[in-house]
Ligand binder design. Structure first.
Ligand code: C2E
Ligand code: CA
Ligand code: CA
Length: 561
């Protein structure tokens, strides 16, 4: 761009500024601004004042949000020298301008200098302010750790595309990066973060202009992308090897659990945002797959789950959860040896079975609340039975593994038992062996501390989990409950094999010094088979279904005579 052209542009910008100062509320505090600008403009027009602008194209508004005055003084300059000087100033990308007198021209008078001073001053204030506004605006939409757009920006972009009626050109996806805990454990949190950044950068590089990655927080992200990229994006988010650029761990397996939503023309921005989030959260719970695509069925399921969580809160307050007791028997003498406390929910007058609500509550800490609620009610019942003179038996209470991450778990259990002054041996803590989300160390700490406190510990559903053998060998469990699937019915096609497995399993458990209980015996033949294998402790429909407290109490008095 030639000098004259630039000069012409500046004239225009200058006139804009005159207009701006006349109307803007920002500068009314400074008197006579418009007059000052007009007077300066007059100096410019007659050639007593000269301005050089760099990067004028990036200048917005009157002299621009990013423009900055780099120099002005009464020393006279020629334009070439100004250009040379500007090179030493600041960021190349910023627009800047220099106000100067042309060599050979008459000096600025005191008044003129004051006007120019004022012009620069006001412009400086205005620029600083608008730059601050821009920075603050940007911060609102930027994740400061990753320097990528945040969820606010996502919501804004969705709104924009809905307004432009282009939302159905895009797909949205919310994903959670898997195994970050392990990566962090291996190379530390800082390096872990830089690996995560690399992963996200790779995705953004792949999307280019056709999509954006937004950070929700932690290791949760959202992508909005052109729909035709769906398959490639999906594959990219699945587990793969990635070069990390980190010396300690040059290559890792990394991948995400992702939920995909495909917005429709009729969707409002709210629908798109809500469904994207919902399906991302659903995907996080997937066990066998790493991605899912949102559909109506899921929406209904999700709603039901939300209702359960909401109603459960009321359920705790109104004591809608009720303890049922399923007897455990000794088949040699048909005597009661214990019972398992099982939860029932009287929800709006209807009894709901635990399979309907336990898995939902297990998604959050609500399950812990329920388990301790059950323990407390069991202790309360035991106290009453003891006070009434019943000969009580040990009651086992189910504790979801979610509890184990709570460092105070054992303390809390003991605290409740002691509050009701129940001897510790009357309580057993039943933990399932199926979940794999706690470490051996965590589990060991809990089992050992309960054991030391004289509370019985029991492995539930043994045989269908993963960690089976070493967790029973290395931890001081007292009781082991065999899962029902090991106990064949007489017409079972694999009866003989199952019988062999069952008898070996029972021998092994007993040889390790644990008490073995069989669960789910429904018919006499199963009782006999168990006896043949040396197992006499049995819980099952053959004896009783889980019983309401009053019914179970009757068994206690029977056990007394
Ligand atoms: P679980 O701990 O394995 O409990 C045994 C389940 O097997 C009970 O189902 C019981 O009614 C059932 N059962 C017992 N004998 C037989 C039989 O002979 N045949 C058949 N078909 N079933 C039998 P329920 O009460 O429906 O409980 C289901 C699951 O819900 C429990 O499985 C347990 O995992 C969970 N649960 C129940 N109450 C609680 C609780 O208070 N806290 C936690 N965390 N989980 C609970
Ligand atoms: Ca159980
Ligand atoms: Ca069980």
């Amino acid at each position: 761009m030639g000098y004259d052209e630039r000069r012409a542009q500046f004239h225009e910008a200058f006139l804009d500024m005159v207009e701006f100062f006349k109307t803007s509320e920002h500068v009314t505090a400074v008197t006579n601004q418009a007059d000052v600008v007009i007077r300066c403009y007059e100096l410019l027009r007659i050639g007593k004042l000269c301005v050089h602008i760099r990067n004028h194209t990036s200048v917005n508004g009157p002299l621009g949000e990013y423009s900055t005055i780099v120099a002005y003084d009464s020393g006279k300059e020629d334009t070439e020298r100004v250009i040379q000087k500007e090179k030493f100033y600041q960021d190349e990308k910023l627009a800047c301008y220099t106000i100067y007198q042309i060599e050979g021209q008459e000096d600025w008078t005191e008044d003129e200098l004051r006007d120019i001073d004022m012009l620069v001053h006001v412009n400086f204030l205005f620029n600083s302010r608008s730059r601050l506004v821009v920075l603050m605006e940007r911060a609102r939409y930027l994740d400061k750790d990753f320097e990528i757009p945040n969820i606010q920006q996502f919501m804004q972009d969705v709104n924009k595309f809905v307004d432009q009626e282009r939302i159905s050109e895009y797909g949205t996806c919310r994903f959670n990066v898997k195994n970050l805990k392990y990566i962090n454990a291996q190379i530390g949190f800082l390096m872990g973060t830089s690996v995560l950044k690399k992963y996200i950068t790779n995705i953004q590089d792949f999307l280019g202009e056709n999509g954006t990655v937004y950070r929700v927080g932690g290791d949760n992200f959202i992508v909005m992308y052109k729909q035709e990229l769906f398959e490639q994006l999906r594959d990219m988010l699945l587990e793969h090897d990635m070069i990390t650029g980190v010396a300690m761990l040059p290559e890792i397996k990394i991948g995400s659990r992702a939920g995909y939503y495909f917005p429709m023309d009729i969707d409002t921005a709210d629908t798109v945002i809500r469904n994207t989030n919902e399906c991302g959260l659903l995907a996080k719970q997937l066990k066998y797959e790493d991605y899912m695509i949102y559909n109506e069925g899921q929406r209904v399921k999700q709603r039901r789950m939300q209702e359960i969580v909401k109603d459960a809160n009321r359920g705790f307050i109104n004591e809608e959860f009720i303890v049922y007791y399923q007897p455990k028997m000794n088949s040699k003498n048909n005597r009661l040896i214990g019972a398992e406390a099982l939860c029932r929910w009287m929800r709006e007058g209807q009894m709901v079975s635990p399979d309907r609500f336990i898995p939902v509550l297990e998604q959050s800490n609500d399950i812990c609340k329920l388990d301790f609620y059950m323990l407390e009610h069991v202790c309360r019942d035991l106290r009453r039975w003891i006070d009434t003179g019943f000969e009580v038996v040990r009651i086992s209470v189910n504790f979801s593994r979610v509890n184990l991450t709570n460092a105070d778990f054992t303390k809390k259990v003991i605290e409740i038992i002691d509050r009701y002054k129940v001897p510790h041996e009357y309580i057993a803590v039943e933990l399932t062996e199926t979940a794999i989300d706690v470490s051996f160390e965590t589990l060991a700490k809990v089992v050992n501390s309960l054991n030391e406190a004289g509370v019985c510990t029991s492995v539930d559903d043994f045989g269908i989990g993963y960690s089976s053998l070493n967790i029973i060998r290395d931890l001081p469990w007292k009781v082991l409950k065999l899962d029902r699937s090991f106990l064949p019915l007489p017409d079972d096609k694999e009866y003989e094999q199952k019988k062999i497995m069952l008898s070996h399993m029972i021998s092994m458990v007993q040889a390790l010094g644990l008490q073995c209980i069989a669960e789910g015996a429904e018919v006499k033949e199963q009782i006999d088979l168990l006896a043949e294998c040396g197992c006499y402790f049995i819980q099952g429909y053959y004896y009783d279904k889980p019983l309401p407290k009053e019914e179970f109490e009757k068994r206690l008095s029977l056990g007394d005579d």
